[in-house]
Design a protein around this ligand. Structure first.
Ligand SMILES: Cc1cc2nc3c(=O)[nH]c(=O)nc-3n(C[C@H](O)[C@H](O)[C@H](O)COP(=O)(O)O)c2cc1C
Length: 183
């Protein structure tokens, strides 16, 4: 099977982030023809439309170029105040512009939300899906992936300790790989 490059966008900058650990775990159970590249989004200045006319920061140019070279994008995000963290929304906006040059366009995507709570980031997951629709990213519908109570689900090494969860996540990554192949 042809190798596919999947960009990972993580909605948390925290050094001990559960989302970062989950993202890494997903790369270890994914089909071997998928290779992963975590996209840096923490160095993007807040999007300002003036940049589109006056010149974009280097980090904007880098991110847009990186996304255009990808075969797919995996979003792994916490929920902040029942929505998408600002750092992630900013990255979506930055790479969607200048007008007519949306770097996300057409890239198959999947969404994983991760939370210490029991609602499992449902609000962030679905607000993100709303943006991905407008960005024209065909997004995997099923299985949906909401990971709650994450502080008690990962061991010291950042691995899931429940066999059923590992099975579910493996099935999710296999289905995402099949989804990517359709585009
Ligand atoms: C500003 C802020 C808002 C938050 N809002 C929510 C929320 O709406 N829903 C939720 O489940 N958790 C919320 N949390 C808790 C996060 O689930 C928790 O901080 C989680 O560890 C963040 O992911 P990370 O470990 O990858 O940084 C919030 C945390 C912060 C810092």
């Amino acid at each position: 099977m042809n190798t596919k490059t999947v960009g990972i966008v993580i909605g948390s900058l925290r050094k001990d982030s559960f989302n970062k650990k989950v993202a890494h775990f997903l790369t270890t159970i994914a089909p071997k023809h998928l290779t992963f590249q975590t996209l840096e989004i923490g160095d993007l200045p807040l999007y300002n439309q003036d940049f589109d006319e006056e010149g974009s920061p280097e980090s904007y140019i880098r991110l847009r170029k990186e996304i255009k070279a990808l075969d797919a994008v995996l979003f792994v995000t916490p929920e902040y105040n029942r929505s998408v963290p600002g750092v992630l929304k900013n990255a979506l906006d930055v790479a969607s512009r200048p007008y007519g040059q949306n770097a996300w366009k057409g890239k198959p995507a999947a969404v994983v939300s991760v939370s210490i709570g029991n609602i499992s980031g449902f609000g962030a997951n679905h607000h993100l899906r709303q943006s991905l629709t407008f960005l024209d990213m065909p997004t995997l519908q099923q299985p949906e992936m909401y990971l709650g109570d994450i502080a008690n689900s990962l061991d010291e090494q950042g691995n899931f300790n429940d066999a059923k969860t590992v099975e579910l996540l493996t099935s999710f990554m296999n289905t995402f790989a099949e989804w990517i192949n359709k585009f």
